[in-house]
Design a protein around this ligand. Structure first.
Ligand code: GLN
Length: 305
């Protein structure tokens, strides 16, 4: 067993019990049914070596982690123009808050808020013929896995209960910051949230962010070095919602989380790491997942600081 694999085993043993202090997301009923005791962790290095432990090969709903891929696609499609319609400041409010959007007249603080992701979806719908299919193809290509797909049960659940997202979309539209119909934007958004991936796939798919924008598996340039640096900056400052400051303090890595209990993080020039444990802390980040990442950076001494 490699030293890294041994470390991951030790982290799983230490982190798994922490999950008991968290709560699985219940506002999307299909997520509430996922067994709370699942715990997976995977590291993929730039040379492609994989180290994994626990339930690292079981797929789960990536939820807001999809926002990382959609903002990447939007940057590829129209570049910095997206920042005329969405900001890049941490919000200090919950990812699905309505209040700030009203005060700031329909310009979401950042693309990792639900409102920001709805604007990004609108950008992609305007820039691409088959926008969602392209997003899915992009994720499959980055992960090296053609079977990654939308989980239909989660999608139905999102659609049936996404009243708050519908409210955000209506708000955005009323301020003129959506150009497509609300139903089309929500359909795109719900579908991206419902994509299912496992920890190995997630870590592999984020490797271009650890490699100055080039996918190390295919050699394809996904982002310019400058765009890559900027997406990492957004992850650090906004990727874990209104806990981004705490997360930077504890873990010290650019990361993106989702309410399915996944977190993917990047160590530039070295590796990407993904964790999954469904119970969340009050801010909506995986409780044991955040704990595990803190252990990882503390044990290895690797962080961006
Ligand atoms: N589908 C979820 C929602 O729209 C995604 C939120 C998240 O992962 N933070 O509320």
């Amino acid at each position: 067993m490699s030293a890294l694999a041994g470390l991951l085993e030790a982290i799983v043993a230490e982190a798994r019990p922490q999950a008991a202090r968290g709560t699985v997301a219940r506002y999307i009923p299909a997520l509430a049914r996922v067994p709370a005791d699942r715990f997976g962790i995977a590291v993929v290095e730039l040379d492609g070596s994989v180290h994994a432990s626990g339930d690292a090969h079981e797929r789960f709903s990536i939820q807001s982690i999809a926002k990382l891929f959609s903002v990447t696609q939007a940057l590829r499609a129209i570049g910095e123009g997206i920042f005329l319609r969405v900001g890049r400041e941490p919000s200090g409010t919950a990812f699905n808050s309505l209040v700030q959007l009203e005060v700031e007249r329909g310009i979401p603080r950042n693309p990792f808020l639900n409102a920001g992701a709805l604007v990004v979806a609108d950008v992609l719908l305007g820039a691409r013929e088959a926008a969602f299919d392209e997003l899915l193809a992009f994720i499959r290509e980055r992960a090296g896995s053609g079977t990654i797909d939308v989980d239909r049960e989660v999608l139905d659940s999102e659609r049936a209960t996404g009243f708050r997202n519908a409210a955000l979309a209506n708000f955005l539209r009323s301020f003129g910051n959506l150009t497509h119909g609300i139903d089309a934007v929500l359909a795109f958004y719900f579908a991206q949230c419902s994509i299912a991936m496992n920890c190995v796939e997630l870590a592999r798919s984020a490797l271009f962010l650890a490699n100055r924008g080039v996918c190390p598996r295919t050699g394809e340039r996904v982002l310019t070095p400058s765009q890559c640096k900027r997406v990492n900056a957004l992850m650090l400052t906004c990727g874990t919602y209104d806990a981004a400051g705490d997360f930077a303090y504890e873990v010290g890595l650019p990361a993106k989380s989702g309410v399915g209990g996944g977190i993917v993080a990047v160590i530039p020039e070295r590796l990407a790491i993904a964790v999954w444990s469904p119970p969340l802390d009050p801010k909506g980040n995986s409780l044991a997942g955040s704990f595990a990442l803190e252990r990882f950076t503390t044990h290895t001494g690797w962080s961006i600081f």
